[in-house]
Design a protein around this ligand. Structure first.
Ligand code: 5RP
Length: 227
């Protein structure tokens, strides 16, 4: 089964978890898009959906899902989102789609977070996927120097690279930039998370620790659930 079919299978299985009347956080990325499509197809009554990016908001709106904002909900019942890596204890790397800040804001206000992914995303240790770090655009090169110091302290030799695309420097929905840190193996994700977060200029990083309660992994034969 292709990775895309595995993503679709996981997204569709997650959509079955949603009940009428729920407030639902909608993740960002190609796997989350399958979930959004499957959720819309269920046509459940009285849903309220909180999108984690402008791209997801556009998709959800086009499918007729009722949208609200984080400001307008007290709590979110469940958030379903993709990931770039799913490690031991459901520790995650996210942010490949540059939506990590809004994603983390939504995840942290959710009673339940479910991650959906294709089987290749499951790893024994985090770090093969370059860790996204969202940085305020003002003075970002000096912040990058401080990030390099933190990475060196974690015995990660490669400096983080500013994310660019065809149209130049990638900007997040919040107008920030992204640095991607090729870590190799992250020996102590919690310490790295704390050290990065302590830097002025770093808005957020893609380590999602102790947030996911369940992972639905699309496999060649169906789905596997991890807790
Ligand atoms: C966006 C994310 C995505 O969930 C992550 O990059 C996975 O994307 P995909 O489902 O397309 O593989 O964190 O910021």
């Amino acid at each position: 089964m292709s990775a895309d079919l595995q993503k679709k299978t996981a997204g569709e299985a997650a959509a079955e978890r949603i009940q009428p009347g729920m407030t639902v956080g909608l993740g960002t990325g190609s796997t989350a898009a399958w979930f959004v499509k499957a959720l819309a197809a269920r046509n459940l009554a009285d849903l309220r959906c909180v999108p984690t990016s402008e791209a997801t908001a556009d998709l959800a709106r086009s499918l007729g899902l009722p949208l609200t904002t984080l400001e307008d909900v007290a709590r979110i019942d469940i958030t379903v989102d993709g990931a770039d890596e799913v490690g031991p204890g459901l520790a995650l790397i996210k942010g490949g789609g540059a939506a990590l800040l809004r994603e983390k804001l939504v995840w942290e206000r959710s009673d339940r977070c479910v991650v959906i992914a294709d089987a290749a995303k499951v790893v024994k240790a985090l770090g093969r996927f370059a860790l996204p770090i969202e940085v305020v655009a003002f003075g970002h090169k000096t912040t990058a120097n401080r990030i390099a110091d933190v990475l060196a302290d974690h015995e990660i030799g490669m400096p983080a690279r500013l994310r660019t695309a065809d149209r130049g420097i990638v900007r997040t929905d919040g107008g920030n930039v992204i640095y991607d840190a090729a870590c190799g193996v992250i020996a102590d994700p919690a310490r790295l998370a704390a050290d990065l977060k302590s830097l002025t200029g770093v808005v957020e990083h893609g380590l999602f620790l102790d947030l996911a309660e369940e992972a639905i992994i699309g496999t060649d034969t169906g789905v596997e659930t991890l807790h």
